[in-house]
Design a protein around this ligand. Sequence first.
Ligand code: ADP
Ligand code: MG
Length: 304
Amino acid sequence: MTADGRLIGDTVMEMKNITLRFGGVVAIKDISFDIKEGEIRAIIGPNGAGKSSMLNVINGFYHPQEGEVWYKGARRGNLKPYEIAHQGIARTFQNIALVKGMTTLDNIMTGRLTHMKSGLLSQMIWAGKAEREEIENRELVENIIDFLEIKSIRKTPVGRLPYGLQKRVELGRALAAEPSLLLLDEPMAGMNLEEKEDMSRYILDVNQQFGTTIALIEHDMKDPVHFEFELCKGTFSYVKTKVYNAITSESLFNKQHFDACNAIKTDYPYPEKASRGQRSDVDDQRKAAMIELNKQAIESILFA
Ligand SMILES: Nc1ncnc2c1ncn2[C@@H]1O[C@H](COP(=O)(O)OP(=O)(O)O)[C@@H](O)[C@H]1O
Ligand SMILES: [Mg+2]
């Protein structure tokens, strides 16, 4: 169990010595790591380190030339992305991949496609089974909209939304697939600090309320580690450029860090969900304390 009370289970995904090349470009070189059930696993590395490519390997867009992918205890062959989606893996993209002209609601509904059983034809003529399915899907999607607190924009075309909200809608679409493993490609990139904090809370809530295992990647060392610290996770990987070594971060997220992090959360508790969005002094104090803790930890690693 982690310091913040989450249960970390068995390994769900194991990447073993993955190497991916595009012609002469080596995007990923001999990277191994695992993702355990229930955890929020972050992988950070600079631009070009191969992070997005790694997510593309996990969800089947790319097939590595070398290495093995193990999912839920079995070695996975070269499946197609939709087959992998059916196995319960969903993702968001580094560059938001929403249909800009479609509303929030409709974009999130597209996340249900992998679950729609009745054929396109019956959906078109709106008959029996398809109608029931549509109603069930609608209900689930409305719950996600509530959960992400985006009710007021459900009918707004996403192209008109600010960046931070578009990222949240994209998270909603991934959640609509009811994934057991959720992959987030730079969920915080390009956001201001407040948007980042909101997003980090939603990520944590998804993990805690739905028990979803999450793997996320970020390119920046400082900001993401800042929000990682706020997430207070158990494991962490740092993909180094050039060296391409994945290391687990017991050294970074050690017991001492957990304790310090939890002490801050006790001293400056998070607001109840209902009052989120209204910043208080406590939020500012917690943030300052977290940033300080984070700075010290990063410095101790980078300059050790
Ligand atoms: N489809 C592709 N074709 C050719 N090269 C690619 C492709 N996708 C990624 N790369 C290359 O692989 C390397 C890693 O890219 P990427 O996975 O996007 O890194 P990151 O997400 O860490 O910034 C880069 O050198 C990039 O140019
Ligand atoms: Mg990337």
